[in-house]
Design a binder for this molecule. Structure first.
Ligand code: NAD
Length: 247
């Protein structure tokens, strides 16, 4: 990460102050100990095919396998804490540089870091709901039930519950339309830690006049970006905060 690149990103944020939004992916949370999907070696995709296990098909056709895998992969995430990258985005929002964060992540770490406006376009891990009566339960309760039964059921009506995350094959939630509107109101999208390969969330990086990308690996949108910083989210965004005199 060259100083000139950090300065370029800081200048871009300053020029678009109040008209920028961040778009984050699993890469911003790897420094909190949560594996992403596609990093070489450590990404979950190296072990299993998330499309096969984290899909609507799997939830209905193989619910026991779905919940076993879901608890194994995402159970530890509930205790994760935000890192310097999440904290930097919260500071950029508080200082008026960005209006909020659009996140593909389900880990809730932007809210834990203090971000106020967060569009969770793939849902979140906080709750599950009953598919029969609609009652909502904390995710922790559903995961605790798995110690006694292979599929968690609603304690009110006995129906099956499902996580409030967007699985492969689900419709996009209302938060996605809100995210599209947030991008339309903005002149800059700052991508942090996303391979930009998951549709339709990745399309948001192609609908903006100005684009900045902070990611360890190249992305399909690098060619149209004003600035691309290849590095860790925590170090890079901390350097940008220093450049903006916010650290
Ligand atoms: P991805 O795994 O496809 O890509 C992550 C990208 O982040 C990679 O290109 C990698 O090079 C980069 N990266 C990894 N660590 C980084 C770091 N410290 N700093 C900067 N860049 C870093 O992730 P995606 O684009 O978000 O798409 C995968 C899907 O996986 C998303 O839909 C998301 O919902 C889901 N997911 C979420 C979590 C989570 O909530 N934390 C974890 C795993 C997967």
């Amino acid at each position: 990460m060259a100083d000139t690149d950090v300065r370029s990103l800081a200048e871009l944020l300053a020029a678009n102050k109040g008209h920028a939004v961040a778009l984050t992916g699993a890469g911003i949370s790897t420094e909190s100990g949560i594996p992403d999907f596609r990093s070489p070696g450590t990404g979950l995709w190296n072990r299993i095919d998330p499309m096969e296990y984290l899909s609507v098909d799997a939830l209905y056709a193989r619910p026991e396998t779905f919940w076993k895998y879901f608890a194994e992969v995402f159970g530890p995430t509930l205790a994760a804490q935000p890192n310097a990258g999440h904290l930097a985005l919260a500071k950029l929002e508080a200082a008026g540089f960005i209006t909020g964060v659009i996140t593909q992540n389900i880990d809730g770490l932007h809210q834990k870091a203090g971000s106020c406006t967060v569009y969770e376009v793939h849902g979140h891990l906080r709750t599950v709901h009953c598919q029969s009566c609609g009652r909502t339960y904390p995710m922790r309760e559903a995961l605790a039930l798995l110690k006694k039964e292979p599929i968690p059921h609603c304690s009110e009506c006995g129906g099956r519950v499902r996580p409030d995350v967007v699985l492969f094959g689900d419709m996009m939630p209302a938060a996605f339309s809100q995210a599209v509107a947030a991008v339309e109101r903005s002149s800059l999208v700052l991508v942090v830690g996303s391979s930009l390969t998951v549709s339709p969330a990745n399309s948001l990086a192609f609908q903006t006049p100005h684009l900045a990308i902070v990611n360890r690996e190249p992305t399909p949108a690098d060619g149209r970006a004003d600035v691309v910083l290849s590095g860790g989210a925590g170090d890079t965004l901390s350097a940008v905060l220093r450049e903006l005199n916010l650290a």
